[in-house]
Design a binder for this molecule. Structure first.
Ligand SMILES: [Zn+2]
Ligand SMILES: [Zn+2]
Length: 211
């Protein structure tokens, strides 16, 4: 998912892969409702906090969203492979927020898992610092002046979920155009952030006036 809508995927340069292996990576398995794919989060050692935040957004935020917000993705979730590898890294050199990995471009981890399990499997990557910096909504810069810390926290949860679902949508529907996928995910982000802000009782952010 690019900051502006246009799709592509470039596999990470070899040196980054090697560095990742040197530093070591940890994995976290996240099991949600039965019809959702099993997520295997892979992240650089020492970044359990990011994996935990993504797990909490997936298990605690997504199932509790109002039906009109989550319904556009409900069928898509059921159509996904039974397991999806999510590679988490701080940043992408190309500055994209994430990519889905078409068959043939998956990591060694995903290829290994597919060979070992014989199951159907997908893979995507997310760049969490690029996602944290992302400000898709024109009102968000104004809103941030009210309570920067609180806003940043809720923005990050909404944005992590949004980019994850955007890339999952690509995995489920490789034939769908970026514009279509992006339209759904931009609407999702606005609705989720609005809902999270309401939950916190902060009507002062003005997010309901969605542009
Ligand atoms: Zn996309
Ligand atoms: Zn990119």
């Amino acid at each position: 998912m690019r900051r502006t809508a246009r799709g592509h995927y470039r596999p990470p340069p070899l040196w980054r892969q090697l560095l990742g292996q040197l530093r070591g990576r940890d994995q976290m398995l996240v099991r949600g409702p039965e019809t959702w794919p099993l997520l295997l989060l892979s992240f650089p050692r020492g970044h359990d906090d990011i994996a935990t935040q993504l797990r909490d957004a997936w298990l605690n935020t997504l199932p509790l969203l109002r039906a009109p917000v989550v319904d556009p993705y409900r069928r898509m979730l059921a159509e996904l492979p039974s397991m999806v590898v999510v590679l988490l890294d701080p940043r992408n050199i190309c500055t994209c927020l994430g990519h889905f990995h078409p068959p043939g471009s998956e990591s060694r981890l995903a290829r290994r898992l597919r060979a070992d399990t014989g199951g159907n499997l997908g893979e995507l990557d997310l760049a969490w610092e690029n996602i944290r910096d992302w400000r898709p909504h024109p009102l968000s810069s104004l809103a941030a002046t009210t309570d920067a810390a609180g806003f940043s926290r809720l923005h990050f949860r909404a944005a992590l979920l949004t980019v994850l679902l955007h890339e999952l949508d690509h995995l489920a529907h490789p034939d769908h155009k970026e514009q279509t996928v992006r339209h759904s995910s931009d609407a999702f982000y606005t609705a989720v952030l609005d809902e999270l802000l309401r939950e916190e009782g902060s009507g002062s952010y003005g997010m309901s006036a969605s542009a």
